[in-house]
Design a protein around this ligand. Structure first.
Ligand SMILES: [Mg+2]
Length: 198
């Protein structure tokens, strides 16, 4: 399920780029099949990071696997209420995201948008004429990074969910950057963007 918004074209040093963001464990703490908006709690620094990313000219996309729908644990409407609560907590001009993709499939179902599928990213890159060299998929699980890798964009592992830095190092090729949280990633992008324009 995809919700699209036609937000104005961002301007900034990373214009033409985007962050594809996992939800649980990346933006909000992973409460394991959260279905009640009251269970959405932002990871510290995330709101400021997304505000900075927008200021850099990056579009923002939300891509969340919600197999709880296929498992009958909750409905799409519950996920949408949680997403609305997330946007409310972020406190940024709404809509925050240019598009939201909720993948409802279970692990054993035919995969359409469920990560590691790269379909959502590829469709967004084409629709918004994004520069893949300025796009990153950010997430706390291997399937997040795999979707970015398959789509030909950058990947960024964060340690706010499934894996800590020690676990990530064992899973990822040596030298792959691992970020404590989204905050440090966006700060590094800002420094890099600034140095190219100095
Ligand atoms: Mg996650």
């Amino acid at each position: 399920m995809i919700t699209l918004h036609d937000l104005p074209l961002p301007t900034g040093s990373l214009a033409g780029g985007a962050l594809f963001l996992d939800r649980d464990g990346t933006l909000n703490f992973d409460r394991h099949y959260v279905s009640d908006p009251a269970g959405i709690e932002l990871i510290p620094g995330v709101a400021d990071a997304l505000r900075s990313a927008r200021a850099l000219g990056l579009r923002l996309f939300l891509h969340t696997n919600q197999s709880g729908i296929a498992r009958g644990l909750f409905q799409l409407a519950d996920v949408e209420r949680c997403n609305a609560r997330l946007e409310e907590l972020l406190g940024l001009p709404r809509p925050v995201f240019d598009a939201i993709c909720v993948a409802p499939e279970g692990p054993d179902d035919p995969q359409v948008y469920r990560k590691p599928s790269s379909r959502f990213i590829r469709e967004c890159v084409a629709r918004h004429h994004l520069n893949p060299a300025r796009c990153w998929m950010v997430g706390d699980r291997e399937s997040d990074l795999e979707s970015g890798r398959l789509a030909g964009i950058g990947t960024a592992a964060v340690c706010t969910g499934k894996h800590d830095a020690v676990a990530w190092r064992q899973l990822l090729p040596a030298g792959t950057p691992i970020w404590p949280s989204l905050k440090e990633l966006v700060a590094a992008l800002a420094v890099e963007a600034g140095s190219h324009h100095a």
